[in-house]
Design a protein around this ligand. Sequence first.
Ligand code: UDP
Length: 337
Amino acid sequence: MRVLVTGGAGYIGSHTVLLLLESGHDVLVVDDLSNASAESLRRVAELAGREPGFIEGNIADPAVLERAFGEFSPEAVIHFAGWKAVGESTQLPLVYYRENVAATVALAQAMADHGCHLLVFSSSATVYGDGTPPFTEDAPTGATNPYGRTKWMIEQILADAAAADPQLAVGVLRYFNPIGAHPSGRIGEDPRGIPNNLVPFVAQVASGRLAQLAVFGDDYDTEDGTGVRDYVHVMDLAAGHLAALDYLVDHPGWNVWNLGTGHGASVLQVVHAYEQACGHPIAYAVKPRRPGDVAASFADPAKANRELGWQATRTLDEMCADTYRWQSANPNGYRTD
Ligand code: UDP
């Protein structure tokens, strides 16, 4: 299939582009590189032995969309592009609504205009808010911050679009906590500045770039008091996108699947797994809770297991070992300075 991948130079995007190329699909990446590096695509091409096409630009720009659809005639779109920092979204809500919601509306319109009917969309477990895990896809949704609301709104918009167009097939993937890297250590997560997320932060403490981890709260109602999340290997997540694409080919309508392992790990369990991977202790100190955090979030992935034949197979130890390999080989991420 010809697959247009927005945000394909980013963390989850680059791993998915690699699997698409390895599976024989033709890929065009559109990415404005605002939070990604073109070096990731160079390495993807080296690993796959084939190159994806690439347009540097933002899908909110009509000329970029026109060029992508006009030149490539995609049969499917996987839409990763978007802004993703919760804290930032509370400071810049209008930017988030423009870059996430408005850009997705423009993308869906371009698909309709060009007769492209398959769309896989990156959503997030954040749409479950502070409900009680494990979450099934029909658990109540809502969100507690502008970032989460953009994901929730886009899900609704795409459901309306699918209801109005009997040919349109939409697959919404609600990611839990993606971590890890390709086992080659050539591609991985490369956050700009100080990482917000746990594992990139732990990785930088382990490598000496940051002094110590702040554990945000140890008084939650969880086994060891620290927050529990469903960490899922980015290669498992990437495979979920290919499974969703296959499914959508003969299932028009709006579909939603959780992509998670179904098991939670606490902050301290992640720290200890990473210590095993890197072979030395990681300095941490317990600090107050981070505003907006929930105690526990983990998936019920039964629907993706059943309908997509998809299951996360990699363990937390593998996730940490792969992150460590990437981090050790690329202490400055994709930057060579
Ligand atoms: N966390 C932490 N210190 C950090 C970053 C995160 O203790 O520097 C905790 C956070 O409170 C949560 C878990 O790690 O319990 C996962 O946080 P992350 O930001 O990676 O993901 P999300 O909040 O989106 O689930």
